[in-house]
Every structure is written in structure tokens, then in C-alpha cells.
Design a protein around this ligand. Structure first.
Ligand code: FDA
Ligand code: NAD
Length: 434
């Protein structure tokens, strides 16, 4: 089979790949120089849509509506855009072998791709219950969500099991967003997770109490402090029941599992330095191997603000790290340099009529402010994280764009606070004054 050569190859066709392609175009990439190789059959799109509007029963988001870069208010890159720029989109193509020493990638179909510079943008995959050998976890209608094909499968099952029972396993991002959208689809929803409150990676007990109350008011049942240890299925092999560790048994027509992600680094094991589960990079997303960069979910990079190296599994960083890597590549070709990456962590979520944003670091003491009564018609509340006398993180539910900008500024500037009562009393005003 013929070999294909490119100056630049982006491996992966998700969020980072799309934003990297836009940056390459801005920097004047020449036709034929750049290829994106993706396992998915569609051009890069805004992945966050999959757990939100893509699953709505009415007025659902569909491609080409949410190709990158609409998620950040940018130009929508349709497949024609790549053609016009001479960027080759090699879709439906899984790379199964990567040899960084000989700069070669090999696809499942046996094609060979050679590059001068490689950007690894393979993102994450889901952790499956079959990975832990949970009994019966391979039954039909036990579903995961990462890619558009997974979302399409989910839609088919939602239609087939109209008004049925859905059990959501996991209380993280997928758990909270999917429980909401399944409820909007008129399913009878029950969430199960092991922790004492939802989203413990980020939420304090006070923040979580609001969402749990709001979900309960919507009719979603929440079972905490236990896990799914087995599933039974019917004669068709379709899931019928979820067995919990505490002995309870839940009826289920659909199970959606969101028990975390795992960065896709396996192709490069032993060839590149890794840290904290990801591929280690510098502030320009260069890896330990010359001419190889890693961006998005797979990169473990220096987070300058906290003088630490971290991996971030969120879309804002996927976009910005991709742009940074491309700027650094193009600058180094001209013997120039770019400023080092100075990232302020930013996470967000939306479900029902709710919308929150978080900036900074969730470490230290916390202060909860505002109206966090889940029954309030327009609840607006937030939390500050305070470390060494400085505000280092801020969370806000129901903020206006200006208020969200204000909490971002607080997290970036880290103002000192005299005492925590001042923050409790001033609440959002504290951020808006900065
Ligand atoms: P991404 O996963 O986007 O892309 C990786 C690409 O590589 C995929 O196209 C994959 O098929 C391809 N690939 C992998 N291995 C390959 C191989 N061997 N050969 C070829 N192709 C290969 N974040 C946030 O901040 N707010 C939000 O609301 C959401 N919502 C959200 C919903 C859902 C359902 C998911 C799954 C994730 C989110 N996220 C999010 C997280 C965010 O989407 C995520 O951090 C970025 O998509 C990461 O971008 P990457 O480009 O690193 O990976
Ligand atoms: P997560 O890490 O956010 O949450 C996983 C949850 O599952 C945790 O509450 C965990 O304790 C729980 N859990 C672990 N084992 C369990 C078990 N055996 N039974 C029941 N619960 C168990 O991961 P996720 O929600 O699966 O999300 C996957 C990826 O997608 C992440 O990278 C996430 O950042 C991304 N994502 C982000 C957003 C967003 O930023 N708004 C939305 C959707 C997905």
C-alpha cells in the first residue's frame, strides 16, 4: 500500500485537532502540508454538545451545526473549509501503530503515514464496567458516551425504550448531564454513585446539595454511597436490572455509565515520557521526543499559575493547548519563540435551566454565598476557595456573562482576603469589585 507523507500530522480528529487546524490556517499552512487522521467519520466538532443539545427530544443539535469552532464563538469549519485550505481530513481511520523513531503511523487498514511533525490529539476513552469485570456488564443497552456514534446509539435506545426506566451509573459530569437529558426525554431516571455527594472532584457538599435538591425536584431519584456490582438481562440479552452493592436491585431499560475517562496514550507507551497518566510536555506542548507534540486531554503540562504539572480534561484547555502548540511550531520554524502557556483552569456545565462556571483551583477553605435553595425560581449562588489568605478558585451558578468574567478575574488575580466572613457577606460583589 502506498505511503502518504505530510509535513504535519494531527493524530485524532476531536476538539484540539479542529482548533489546531484553524491556527495552522491562520499561520499560513500550505496546501498538502497538513493532515488530520481520525477514527471518527466526521470532521472535528464541539464534543460538549453530545451530552446536551444533541440528545434533546426536540430541536436537537445536529452536524454540521456544531463543528468547531462555534463553541467558542468562532468560525464553523465545515468539511469544505479543510478542502479549500488544502488540509487533508483522513476520516474513519484508526491508527493502530505509532513508531515515533521512524516517524511512521500505521492504520487498521494497513495504510502508512509519515510525518515531519506530529501532534498527538487522541483525547480520552471511557472507563468501562467490563474493565472491572462487573457481572453482566456486557448486556445490550448498557451505554457509554464519548463520540458521536455513541450518542447516535443512545438516541436509538431512547426511542426504542420510550418512557422507560433509565439508571445512570456515576455522579460526575456525564452522570449529571445525562440524568438531566434522559429526564427531558421523559424517562424515569435513577442516578447511582459511590460518593457522599455528586461531582466530588470539584463540588463541595454545599454546592452538591443544590444540584441534588434540584434534580430530586425534577423527579430524579438519587442513590448515593453504593455502586453497581452486576446486571441481569432478558432473553434478548437486553439489560433488565442493576444490582447494587448494598443489596438493592433497580429495574432498568437503559443504563448509561459515566465512571470516568482514560487518556489515550497506549500507542506511545515506552516511546515518550509520561506523567500523571498523560504525555509529559513543556509549556509549548512539546513532548520528550523531538518533533512530537501532545495537546488536549492527553497532555500533562506545566500549569504556571500553580507551579505544578497537570492534566486537564476539559474543552477550553483542548482549544487553547492546540492553538499554543501550533503557534510554537510555526514560531520555531522562523527561529522565533512564543510566550509560555499560562493557563487559568476553566470548567463549565449546563443541564436543565442550570449553568455553572468554575475558574482556578479548588483547594483550601471554602465560602458559600448567595441563594442556593433548589426550589428558588432563579437561584444564584457560588463558592470561593481560599488558600494562604488568597482567593484561588471561584464557582458560580446562574451568573451573567459579566459576573462570570468577574469570577474568572478573581481566580486569575488571587486577591487577598482579611477574613472569610467578608467573603460570605459580600458574595458576588467581592468579585465584581475586583
Ligand atoms: P477529543 O476526545 O475531543 O478527540 C480525540 C479524537 O481522537 C477523537 O476523534 C478520537 O476518535 C480520535 N482518536 C483517538 N485515538 C485514535 C486513533 N488511534 N486513531 C485515530 N483517531 C483516534 N468539557 C467541558 O469543559 N465542558 C463540557 O461541557 C464538556 N462536555 C463533554 C461532553 C462529553 C459527552 C464528553 C465526552 C466530553 C465533554 N467535555 C466537556 C470534555 C471535552 O470534550 C474534552 O476535554 C475535549 O474534547 C478533549 O479534546 P481532545 O481533542 O483532547 O480529545
Ligand atoms: P468523572 O470523573 O467526572 O466522574 C466519574 C464518576 O463516577 C465519579 O463520581 C466517580 O466516583 C464515579 N464512579 C467511579 N466508579 C464508579 C462505579 N463503579 N459505580 C458508580 N460510580 C462510579 O467522569 P465522567 O463523568 O465519566 O466524564 C468522562 C470524561 O468526560 C471526563 O474527562 C470529563 O471531564 C468529560 N466530560 C466533561 C464534561 C464537562 O466538563 N461539562 C461533561 C461531560 C464529560
Amino acid at each position: 500500500m502506498a505511503e502518504k507523507h505530510f509535513k504535519y500530522v494531527i493524530l485524532g480528529g476531536g476538539v484540539s485537532a479542529g482548533y489546531a487546524a484553524r491556527e495552522f490556517a491562520k499561520q499560513g499552512v500550505k496546501p498538502g502540508e497538513l493532515a488530520i487522521i481520525s477514527k471518527e467519520a466526521v470532521a472535528p466538532y464541539e464534543r460538549p454538545a453530545l451530552s446536551k443539545a444533541y440528545l434533546f427530544p426536540e430541536g436537537a443539535a445536529r452536524l454540521p451545526g456544531f463543528h468547531v469552532c462555534v463553541g467558542s464563538g468562532g468560525e464553523r469549519l465545515l468539511p469544505e473549509w479543510y478542502k479549500e485550505k488544502g488540509i487533508e481530513l483522513i476520516l474513519g481511520t484508526e491508527i493502530v501503530k505509532a513508531d515515533l523513531a521512524s516517524k511512521t503511523l500505521i492504520s487498521a487498514a494497513g495504510e502508512t503515514f509519515k510525518y515531519h511533525i506530529l501532534i498527538i490529539a487522541t483525547g480520552s476513552t471511557v472507563i468501562r464496567l467490563t474493565d472491572f469485570r462487573v457481572e453482566g456488564a456486557d448486556a445490550k443497552n448498557i451505554l457509554y458516551l464519548r463520540e458521536i456514534d455513541d450518542a447516535d446509539k443512545l438516541i436509538d435506545v431512547i426511542k426504542a425504550k420510550k418512557n422507560g426506566k433509565a439508571v445512570i451509573v456515576g455522579g460526575g459530569y456525564i452522570g449529571l448531564e445525562l440524568s438531566a437529558v434522559m429526564k427531558i426525554n421523559n424517562l424515569d431516571v435513577c442516578m447511582v454513585y459511590p460518593e457522599p455527594w455528586c461531582m466530588p472532584r470539584l463540588f463541595t457538599a454545599g454546592i452538591a446539595a443544590f444540584y441534588e435538591g434540584y434534580y430530586a425536584n425534577k423527579g430524579i431519584k438519587i442513590i448515593k454511597g453504593t455502586v453497581a456490582v452486576g446486571f441481569t438481562s432478558d432473553a434478548n440479552g437486553e439489560v433488565k436490572e442493576v444490582k447494587l452493592k448494598d443489596g438493592r436491585v433497580l429495574e432498568a431499560d437503559i443504563v448509561v455509565v459515566g465512571v470516568g475517562g482514560r487518556p489515550l496514550t497506549t500507542l506511545f507507551k515506552g516511546q515518550v515520557e509520561e506523567e500523571k497518566g498523560g504525555i509529559k510536555t513543556d509549556e509549548f506542548f512539546k513532548t520528550s521526543v523531538p518533533d512530537v507534540y501532545a495537546v488536549g486531554d492527553v497532555a500533562t503540562f506545566p500549569l504556571k499559575l500553580y507551579n505544578e504539572i497537570r492534566r486537564v480534561e476539559h474543552v477550553d484547555h483542548a482549544r487553547k493547548s492546540a492553538e499554543q502548540a501550533v503557534k510554537a511550531i510555526k514560531a520555531s520554524e522562523e527561529g522565533k519563540s512564543v510566550e509560555e502557556y499560562d493557563y487559568l483552569p476553566y470548567f463549565y456545565s449546563r443541564a436543565f435551566d442550570l449553568s455553572w462556571q468554575f475558574y482556578g483551583d479548588n483547594v483550601g477553605e471554602t465560602v458559600l454565598f448567595g441563594d442556593n435553595n433548589p426550589a428558588s425560581p432563579k437561584a444564584k449562588f457560588g463558592t470561593y476557595w481560599i488558600k494562604d489568605g488568597k482567593v484561588v478558585g471561584a464557582f458560580l451558578e446562574g451568573g451573567t456573562p459579566e459576573e462570570n468574567t468577574a469570577i474568572a478575574k478573581v481566580a486569575r488575580l488571587q486577591p487577598a482576603v482579611e477574613n472569610l466572613d467578608q467573603l460570605t457577606n459580600e458574595g458576588l460583589t467581592f468579585a465584581c469589585k475586583i
